[in-house]
Design a protein around this ligand. Structure first.
Ligand SMILES: [Zn+2]
Length: 302
């Protein structure tokens, strides 16, 4: 599995670049479900691409063989992964990572097309494409037991399923700033850099407050803000930032970037309090955007 692990250097390079987070991955799931669910896999092929091939595990031929003739039972999201579950109990787990997209329409560029599924439903054939500019995405075949383990072991709970009590327990365990803790996929799965800033802004919590110092009412606000922001971002089909990388399954922009309260808005007046000027600071090598008026750091934590 070593080849599937992204190295630190790649993370450094992309730093503040857009990475699909939960709302974008959920939008991919919803976008491809109409053509994939209930369909039979007629073929799975690698596209002619001169770039370094993306990681397909355990190997391309196995992944192809296991899917051929199989019916897609479900299309779901597991954290920031898209999962196709098959009639034979196995699953294809697709991780878009930095720049991967699942498309059922013409791609942004032809040269970054990586993989193609040909589905058949009701006598009609349709293609699903995996497009990836940087090529850091991965596609893996897992049998039923491997998939059960992945779901259980490697992922933290989904933010829509996490109870208030679990939020409290998990935050109480770490002294890291709450913004950094929110990015820990073992604490809560699917929140990345963009939505972490948006969530804390809505919850009116300083990103610098140590996670274990949150008061009970703040934990409640954090949970509510997380669900609100992620639901809204899904409703708007994700955020397409200035780099234009993220697209929905129909190769169109998301719309949530127009709803952002703080992300990429440094120097602008906060629309929540209409007083503070939004600031950008770096935490754990990632940009944090916040309003110092809505999100003051308690005196005791300075
Ligand atoms: Zn404000």
């Amino acid at each position: 599995m070593a080849a599937l692990t992204i190295d630190n250097k790649s993370y450094q390079q992309i730093k503040d670049k857009s990475v699909p987070e939960l709302p974008e991955v959920e939008t991919m799931v919803r976008g491809i479900r109409p053509i994939a669910k209930g369909a039979e896999v007629m073929d799975f092929e690698a596209c002619p691409c001169r770039r370094q091939p993306i990681a397909v595990g355990p190997d391309f031929d196995t992944v192809r063989k296991m899917q051929l003739g199989q019916t897609v039972r479900a299309v779901t999201r597991l954290g920031k992964r898209v999962v196709l579950t098959f009639g034979n109990g196995g699953a294809v787990v697709i991780e878009p990572r930095m720049t991967g997209l699942l498309l059922i329409a013409d791609p942004p560029t032809v040269e970054h097309l990586r993989l193609r599924w040909i589905f058949r439903t009701g006598g009609k054939q349709q293609s699903l494409w995996f497009w990836d500019r940087r090529g850091l995405g991965t596609v893996r075949w897992l049998d039923a037991e491997q998939f059960r383990q992945l779901a259980e072991v490697s992922l933290g709970p989904d933010p829509f399923a996490l109870s208030l009590e679990t939020w409290r327990e998990r935050l109480a365990r770490t002294t890291r700033p709450v913004k950094v803790a929110l990015l820990d996929q073992k604490l809560v799965a699917g929140i990345g850099n963009l939505y972490a800033s948006e969530i804390l802004h809505r919850a009116k919590i300083s990103p610098f407050l140590p996670a274990n110092r949150l008061k009970p009412d703040q934990v409640g606000r954090l949970m509510a803000a997380t669900q609100h922001i992620l639901s809204e971002a899904i409703r708007y089909e994700g955020s397409t930032l200035g780099d234009g990388t993220y697209r929905n399954a129909l190769n169109r922009d998301g719309n949530y970037q127009n709803q952002h309260g703080v992300y990429m808005k440094a120097g602008q007046t906060c629309q929540q309090c209409r007083r503070g000027l939004i600031r950008r600071e770096v935490q754990a090598q990632r940009s944090t955007f916040f309003c110092p008026v809505c999100q003051p750091l308690p005196r005791s934590s300075r």
